[in-house]
Design a protein around this ligand. Structure first.
Ligand code: CO8
Length: 278
């Protein structure tokens, strides 16, 4: 695998790509070089046919303590505006495969926003979320005001963003920010994230990418547009091989051939499907 300075990559289970933010001296503050590496690792996994789901995690103490305050301090309006500062962070939202955030410790500011960009968020009881930008004389700049508001509603989001107060892993679960708060430390949290990632990676890639795409649209479209979009994508999956009728596929080395049972045929024949990912 590629060698990075601020992140680690590994494959804890077949089909699962794990990205660990690894800048312990700064509690994984998201400096530009780290974000460049993260974007590159995300693209590599997205383009790797053997990977079905991606996990982003940090350390026990910090998922990420925010954008790098020391890097931001000297920015001016014109330098931030002309360089489109923070914009490359949105790369995560263009990844086609599901991305799971596994949050232990601090997920503050940009760290909270990064976790909110992921498709599924798991945390543990050590997780500390917050949008403290107001205390620095600024506001969330990587989608926090929009994604947190969609997750927790307007009144709670206003309270959090305008006071800068933190919220716990348990509150994240209660408010719908997190899908689950896992008991224990980082190890238990990663076990849960890996189990879910492995389950997802075991399904047809075509259906998984489509499922992610349609749920994602729910955050952007009106209900009617969203339901119509879903129906079109649903129709289009009748054109995928994995949904289709079983067919005899010839493999060299398998004698006369090998029957691959695809989605709906396998169900009808009460057999385990063999996905072609096509
Ligand atoms: N950026 C840079 N360095 C950081 C950051 C950060 N966000 N967070 C921590 N560090 C560094 C510290 O400076 C320290 O470095 P050093 O040892 O060299 O002094 C090291 O990490 C360890 O940190 P602490 O000693 O502070 O550790 P503690 O355990 O005492 O405290 C905290 C942990 C509470 C998390 C504390 O570090 C903290 O408050 N950090 C800042 C949290 C924060 O405000 N984050 C939001 C940043 S703003 C942001 O993300 C907005 C993004 C979009 C804005 C766009 C504007 C244009």
């Amino acid at each position: 695998s590629a060698s990075y300075e601020h992140i680690l990559t590994s494959t804890p289970k077949p089909g699962v790509g794990l990205i660990t933010l690894n800048r312990p001296e700064a509690l994984n503050a998201l400096c530009t070089p780290l974000m460049t590496e993260l974007n590159s690792a995300l693209s590599s996994y997205d383009n790797d046919a053997s990977i079905g789901a991606i996990i982003i995690t940090g350390s026990e103490k910090a998922f990420a303590a925010g954008a790098d305050i020391k890097e931001m301090a000297p920015l001016t309006f014109s330098s931030a505006y002309t360089s489109n500062f923070i914009a490359p962070w949105s790369h995560l939202t263009t990844i086609r495969k599901p991305v799971i955030a596994a949050v232990s410790g601090y997920a503050l500011g940009g760290g909270c926003e990064l976790a909110l960009m992921c498709d599924i968020l798991y945390c543990n009881e050590k997780a500390v979320f917050g949008q403290p930008e107001i205390k620095l004389g600024t506001i969330p700049g990587a989608g926090g005001s929009q994604r947190l508001t969609r997750a927790v509603g307007k009144s709670k989001a206003m309270e959090l963003i305008l006071t800068g107060k933190n919220f716990s892993g348990k509150e994240a679960k209660e408010w719908g920010v997190a899908a689950e708060v896992v008991e224990g430390g980082l190890e238990e949290l990663l076990a849960k994230a890996t189990e879910t990632a492995e389950t997802i990676a075991g399904y047809s890639r075509v259906a998984v990418v489509a499922g992610k795409e349609v749920v994602g649209k729910s955050q952007e479209l009106s209900l009617r547009e969203g339901v119509e979009f879903e129906r079109r994508v649903f129709h289009s999956l009748f054109g995928s091989r994995d949904q289709k009728i079983g067919e005899l596929t010839f493999f060299p080395g398998f004698g006369d051939g090998w029957l691959i049972l695809l989605g709906m045929t396998a169900f009808a024949e009460k057999k385990k499907p063999e996905w072609s990912h096509e």
